[in-house]
Design a protein around this ligand. Structure first.
Ligand SMILES: NC(=O)c1ccc[n+]([C@@H]2O[C@H](COP(=O)([O-])OP(=O)(O)OC[C@H]3O[C@@H](n4cnc5c(N)ncnc54)[C@H](O)[C@@H]3O)[C@@H](O)[C@H]2O)c1
Length: 373
């Protein structure tokens, strides 16, 4: 007789009941993960252990009528990770994305996370991960706000008024209690207005829709950039005031002089080194750089105009007091986050354990005894 295996299934509502919308829980979880990243107690995919994920890229055309073809934001991506420390678990986020989903009453991407025993590979839990993924993405600038932003920050400007920035703002506001006003900027006024409604209803803050980018940035103490790639978001150096904290979650183009004058903190230097390595291996470094969040920075590093990645600072080092974060109220501090599966696995792990403790979710049987044992 072999071993019985069960795993815990968590629906979206179950993840809510287990605390996926609890900012304190998610920020504390992400902060702990940053320290593990800094110590190197994690693995992601690929031989460099820092691969962001592995995608199915669809061809422009296909002779096979059922084969998916390329479309806006259309892809499947798997993001595996091992996370150490008290987590000591493997897992994978897997999602499909298709802009056409919106006409079917679905979110653009549909995400799930599986957690696995690191030794046997047995599934521990399979869960809905749309909220989880947004929560972990927003918790990351939440941690950065905790450690890098001025505590007296009052005005937050939101660049790109989508779902990800809703989560970023929730977490930023949670960490900065003096925030009183949110300025919403988007290519589309309807998106900015929808976001403003969310700010009023959910966060109860004063809100302003501003369709001029320079004006939107004028009073910003904190800027959260999470726009999609519809059109480049280009920000002039002079538009960012002294003392501001720029939290980058989506693509943004800054003047070179901004990058050269800001204090820059990365989410995980190993990840950025892996991006540069992948750019070199791609054979067209410039084209590769153009498609990724940190591309502009890597170009300046290659040109010797910014410090090398190995001489730079990661947020984990700031949390562990190994390197300086913000050193004055006047300096402009920028935090760059590219998204890592470690955060999906780490948050999924805590939700799974809360669910076990509270009896949330449904145990499902993989087998009473494996047929092949
Ligand atoms: N770093 C991470 O961990 C992570 C994780 C998930 C998503 N993301 C990124 O976050 C971004 C936002 O994702 P989302 O799901 O909220 O997308 P979304 O499509 O729901 O919203 C994005 C918004 O950005 C706006 N926008 C696009 N270009 C703009 C521009 N030039 N100026 C102003 N607004 C602009 C769009 O109109 C839209 O309202 C994407 O770039 C995505 O890749 C990052």
């Amino acid at each position: 007789m072999g071993k019985k295996t069960e795993f815990l299934y968590l629906s979206e509502q179950d993840t809510m009941d287990a605390g996926v919308l609890d900012c304190q829980k998610c920020i504390d979880n992400a902060e702990e993960i940053f320290t593990l990243l800094s110590k190197g107690d994690y693995l992601m995919g690929g031989s460099n252990h820092n691969g962001h994920g592995y995608g199915l890229v669809f061809p422009k055309t296909s002779p096979f009528p059922n084969m998916p073809v390329a479309g806006p934001d259309r892809r499947f991506v798997a993001m595996p990770a091992y996370l150490g420390g008290r987590f000591d678990v493997c897992g994978c986020k897997w999602y499909g994305s298709n802009v056409a989903n919106r006409d079917k009453g679905l979110p653009r991407s549909v995400l799930t996370v599986t957690l696995n025993d690191k030794d046997t590979g047995e599934p521990l839990s399979f869960m809905s991960a749309n909220l989880l993924s947004a929560a972990r993405t927003g918790a990351v600038p939440g941690v950065a706000s905790r450690h890098l932003a001025r505590k007296d920050s009052e005005v937050v400007t939101v660049l790109g008024c989508g779902q990800i920035n809703r989560s970023c703002l929730r977490n930023i506001a949670h960490e900065l209690p003096k925030v009183r006003q949110v300025v919403c900027y988007d290519l589309f006024k309807s998106a900015a207005e929808g976001f403003a409604d969310f700010v009023k209803k959910e966060l109860g803050l004063d809100v302003l829709v501003q369709m001029d980018l320079e004006q939107a940035l004028h009073d910003a103490d904190v800027i959260t950039a999470a726009a999609s790639r519809l059109q480049p978001l280009h920000i002039n150096d002079a538009w960012i005031r002294p003392g501001a904290t720029l939290l980058i979650t989506g693509p943004v183009l800054m003047d070179d002089s901004y990058w050269q004058s800001t204090r820059l903190v990365y989410d995980n230097i190993g990840l950025h080194q892996a991006y540069v390595q992948e750019a070199i291996e791609s054979g067209d470094r410039d084209a590769y750089y153009s498609g990724i969040i940190g591309g502009q920075i890597y170009r300046l590093i290659d040109q010797g105009k910014m410090p090398a990645l190995e001489d730079s600072t990661s947020l984990g080092e700031v949390i562990l007091n190994e390197k300086a974060g913000r050193t004055s109220n006047e300096e402009r501090v920028t935090f760059v986050a590219c998204g890592m599966a470690t955060f999906d696995v780490g948050l999924a792990f805590d939700l799974y354990h809360t669910a076990l403790e509270k009896g949330i979710g449904q145990k499902l049987l993989l087998w009473d005894s494996p047929y092949q044992s």
